[in-house]
Structure formats: C-alpha cells, structure tokens
Design a protein around this ligand. Structure first.
Ligand code: XUL
Ligand code: CO
Length: 443
C-alpha cells in the first residue's frame, strides 16, 4: 500500500463537548447507548466516495483545485488503486463505519461495456481485499448512469433501447458487487431520468420504461438473494429541468403505479428536499407516513442559491427536527447517514476533508441526541397528542376506519349539535419549548 495524504493523521476520537482539540468528536460518542442502542448504530455514517475521493474541485468557471495526488498515479487502474488506498486511510482517520460508491467513482470506464465491467470487477476485487484489512463497511452501492454522454437523454428512460440495455447490464453488475461487498442497500438516483423539453419527449413511454427497469432491479434482487434495501433517491431538477422522481410523494405515486411500493424505499437527501421546495424533515415525515423511509443523504443546501451545493451539515435546529422524524419513522435500520457532501474548492487540503467529516458527524450526533432527549422529555409529544386527542373517541374512530357513511356522519353531526370552536395551534409555544431543549449543552 502506498503512503497517502491521510496516513499522517491520527484517528479522531471522542473527547466530549469541552475539548479544545481542533480535531476531536465532541458529540459523536459512537458507543454511547441512547434509545436502546449505540449512537453509531442509529446513525450509520458513511463517506461518499465520489465527493471525498473522486472529485477534483473544478466548477463551470475554473479547473481542479483539490490536492489529490492519486490522479497522477500512472495508468487508470493504478490511479484507482492509489485512490482506494487513500480512501481507506481517510475512513480510518475519521473512524466512521461505512462508505458508499458509484461504479464510475472506483473504476475507470472502458471503450466497450465488456471493458468497463472488467475494470469495475478488478476494482471490486481490490475493494474486497481492502475491506478485509479495515473495519469500514459498505452502506450502499450505485451506478453512475448520468455522467457519460451516452446517458445524455436518460438512462432507463432513454429513447434508445440500447442505452436501456447498457444500464440494465451495469446495474446488474453493480448489484452483484454490492452484494459481494456486503452492502446494506442499493441506491438508484435518476440523474437524467426526466426531460429538458416536452417537445421531444413521450412521457408515458419513458415512465413505462422506468417502471419496467425498477421491476427488473427488484426481480434481480430476489434472484440473487440480496437482503439489502432497494432505494430511489428523489430529486426535482438538476441536471434535467423536470425529473420523474421529483420528491418523496412523487416517487411513491410512481412506485404504486408500477406495483413497487412494498419493494422500494427512498434515500432522502437534504439538499434535494430544499430544491423541491420542501424541508428535509417534510420529506422524512412523508416517507414515514407512506411506509417507504429508507436512508439519508445528509448535506445542506444554500437558501440563497438555487442548486445542489452539497455542503456538510451545520444547522442544529433543522437537523434535530429531521432526526426527530427519523426516529418517528422507525429509525435508520438498514439505512444510514451518507455524507453526500463536498468540501468547497478553497478547502483543498487533506486536513479540510477530515474537518468536514468530523464536523458533520458531530452536528448529526448532537442533533440525534437532542431529538432523543426531546422524545424522552415527552412535553412536545404530549402537545401533539393533545391536539389529536379527539380522534380517540369511538365516534371519531368509526369515521376514520370507514365504519360510517357520509350521510350517517351528517345525521350524527346534526343530532349532537356540536358547533366546533377554534383551538390554538400553539406554534410559538412549541417553538419556545424546542428552542430551550435544542440550544442547550446538557445532553
Ligand atoms: C446527486 C446525488 C447523487 C446520488 C447518488 O445530486 O445526490 O450523488 O446520491 O447517485
Ligand atoms: Co445524494
């Protein structure tokens, strides 16, 4: 193994909130038991290979800035191996339990499908070897079906069936690799599953193609006995103007339409939620209500910009309420918190990369501990329970369970003569209670 830019760093450890050390966990005490299990098993943090290892820091106006020596390490496979050596050293330094990858992040593409898959499997072999030497596990694998020009008109929704077939072959191989590396989930983000103009688009045809593709994925999952979750990652726009997997609710309607609502869940990304005009917690709560909550891509956007800035999270209130809804949705079982976040172009050193992950994990850990405290405290849940308490009466239960018809409800309402009176929604009271619970160091 070659010396890497992360090799000189000590493994970052938990030191507690009062630590003055620049690189230390203040809130992420991985083994601390909260709500019945260790924090690390609630949060299941993952490093995103694409942002942390494969990105070079270019933007539409400027070239690469990030200091990543592996891009000059010889032929493409040699480069990919040096990059993997650095990746596993980064995982060791930050001590987070998982990583996630796309095929194209870990292996160079080839001229043909066969060559591309050969490169991929060479690197999967290398990853298997690395994983036997380090403790980091795979949270999820995925296929990049959006960067290469062949995908410019979509992947499974492409007007060209040969592109559909290329994508099917690629996903089959990525699912095989994910299973082989012990992945807990397989993710599909429809990078270009949408359109730029309806003038050249047959939407029904494209949706049927995507529905068939997802069914093929699910059939293959069962065929190979992959026990992980299959997840779709909603995003409303970027790169295409209109994306078919706009938000959680849209994905749910797609899953229902193609008979997949029991088979596929969602990987919800904070910045994507913002682009859809929602909050992260709205999307988590929607998935919880619809029974399709799966996993999280944990980054933040910028309210002043209209695109996916993929920054490391640092908003305590928003993240606390998101974690509250995660717990209410049943928690991250096989899912996790993937840092689908990148350092800024000026943060080009190895040290910046370590700070970014440590700060992000600390913020999420603090938010989770606060959300758990909020639940254990009980006052917030009591306000909510009181607001809906009327629905516990036998008459209300009968209405909700479909035991009475519209005319029976009318007759009962006329008979009891109740004139409903407005009640306070208590928004400010709730905000004040939450502010007291969130912005305190006592956890
Ligand atoms: C793009 C995005 C992707 C997916 C994986 O916005 O979030 O990185 O997470 O393809
Ligand atoms: Co993402």
């Amino acid at each position: 193994m070659s010396e890497t830019i992360f090799s000189s760093f000590e493994t970052v450890t938990y030191e507690g909130p009062s630590s003055e050390k620049a690189l230390a966990y203040r809130w992420y005490d991985a083994d601390r038991v909260v709500l019945g299990k260790p924090l690390k098993d609630h949060l299941r943090f993952a490093v995103a290979y694409w942002h942390s290892l494969a990105m070079r820091g270019g933007d539409p106006f400027g070239s690469a800035t990030l200091q990543r020596p592996w891009f000059a390490a010889g032929d493409p496979i040699a480069q990919a191996k040096v990059q993997a050596d650095a990746a596993f050293e980064l995982f060791r330094v930050i001590g987070l339990p998982f990583f996630c990858f796309h095929d194209a992040d870990i292996a160079p593409g080839g001229e043909t499908l066969a060559e591309t898959l050969k490169n991929f499997h060479t690197m999967v072999d290398y990853f298997e070897e690395k994983m036997s030497k380090y403790s980091t596990k795979l949270l999820w694998g995925t296929a990049n079906l959006f960067s290469h020009p062949r995908f410019m008109a979509g992947a499974s929704t492409n007007p060209d069936p040969e592109v559909f077939a290329w994508c099917a072959a690629t996903v089959k191989n990525c699912m095989d690799a994910t299973k082989r590396l012990g992945g807990s989930n397989y993710v599909l983000w429809g990078g270009r599953e949408g359109y730029e103009t309806l003038l050249n688009t047959n939407m029904k045809q494209e949706l049927d193609q995507m529905g068939r593709f997802m069914n093929l994925v699910v059939e293959y999952k069962h065929k190979i006995g992959f026990e992980g979750q299959i997840l779709i990652e909603p995003k409303p726009k970027e790169p295409t103007t209109h994306q078919y997997d706009f938000d959680v609710a849209t994905v749910y309607s797609f899953l229902k339409r193609y008979g997949l609502e029991k088979e596929i869940r969602v990987n919800i990304e904070a910045n994507h939620a913002m682009l859809a005009g929602h909050t992260f917690e709205h999307e988590i709560s929607t998935a919880g209500a619809l029974g399709i909550f799966g996993s999280l891509d944990i980054n933040r956007g910028d309210a002043l910009l209209g695109w996916d800035t993929d920054q490391f999270p640092n908003e305590l209130w928003a993240m606390t309420m998101s974690m509250y809804h995660v717990i209410k949705a049943g928690g991250l079982t096989k899912g996790g918190c993937n840092f689908d976040a990148k350092v800024r172009r000026q943060s080009f050193t190895a040290e910046d990369m370590v700070h970014a992950h440590v700060g992000g994990a600390d913020l999420c850990a603090r938010a989770f501990l606060t959300a758990a405290k909020l639940i254990e405290d009980g006052r917030y849940d009591a306000i909510l329970a009181e607001r809906y308490a009327g629905w516990k009466s036998p008459e209300a239960v009968a209405m909700l369970e479909g035991k009475v018809s519209l005319d029976q409800i009318e007759a009962a309402a006329l008979k009891n003569g109740i004139n409903p009176q407005p009640r306070s929604g208590k928004q400010e009271q709730i905000e004040n209670l939450l502010a007291r619970l969130i912005y305190t160091d006592a956890l």
